[in-house]
Design a protein around this ligand. Sequence first.
Ligand SMILES: [Fe+2]
Length: 368
Amino acid sequence: MHHFFQGKTLRQAHKGIPEGHYEEEQGLKGFFGPVSHLVKKKPSTRWTQIDGPLKPRMFDCVELKASSGWQRTLFNEDVTIYFQDLEVDEKQLQSAIRNGDGDTLYFCHAGKGRIYSEYGLLTYSKGEYVCVPKGLTHSFVAEEPSRILIIENKTSHYEEPDRGVAGRNAIYDTQTIGRPDLDTMNAQIEGNESKWFKQVRVKRQDQWTTFTYEECYYDVVGWKGDLFPYTLHMDNIMPLMSHRAHLPPSAHTNFVARGFVVCSFLPRPLESDSDALKVPFYHQNIDYDEVLFYHDGDFFSRDNLHPGMMSLHPAGFPHGPHPKAVKGIGTKTHTEEYAVMVDTLKPLQVDESLDDVELSDYWKSWQG
Ligand SMILES: [Fe+2]
């Protein structure tokens, strides 16, 4: 379809919105498909009542218990999101896991520790992604109590984002990726072969099976190839931005899967043009369900949030900043938020584990 316009309109999206009006973006294919920008008298989030199952949802996952394994929260055919809490415990040196259902992307919300793998030793700390391809054996050993967000990719393999015109060193330089260190790991294991990592727990079709060995499973003396677990810390991600106009969330994509993407929202300067929209735009991301995990900092587009919460904005209705955030933007010059977003093509289901931690009035939070 060719471009067309009527009435009071914009020349550049997210800039020069007529005084006292609101822009709403309605777009297909997650900000890459056909798109229109509507100028409205009032935000479409001013609903007074919602009857039926479709509504914005918020979960205080700080209250979620996740100490006995991978606690499922949101899921569809392509992706499952879990939480796991790790205590400092010598028992972690006894077993390894292998995910036969898909690639596993871990995100450390709190804590730090080591990850043993057939490919060598990795470390993790707060704000770090750990990507373990499907079927690779590994063991998390917490050095501090840790909360881990787990994003399991069940129908494809994680790929890097397309950097397009920004060039190959944009977003993050591949030289900053944490690679496994086999020599350091083997030096640690030496002398402990009879005690460490004698069990391998394998997940396949969401069922766990334990394989037991007489000695340490990790015995690799060398390897070559381009398949291995790696880490990427948020501190090494260089957010793309334009100082003149707001970029869509897709600019912050770090991991691409067939049925979803994982993005990081990180501190950055706000747009400096006087007529630029400085809060996230009101929008309908028509094809995608949107999950946001609030990791750290000050979440400037939302009220009453604290780190560790997770929201689900299903497709089917517009969303955008809270009224207080719009009013409070004032003299702010930069954002201080750290968040992980998972946008999914297929609708997400909510596990009953979230029943007790849902904030039932969240849908009212756009009422000024
Ligand atoms: Fe959104």
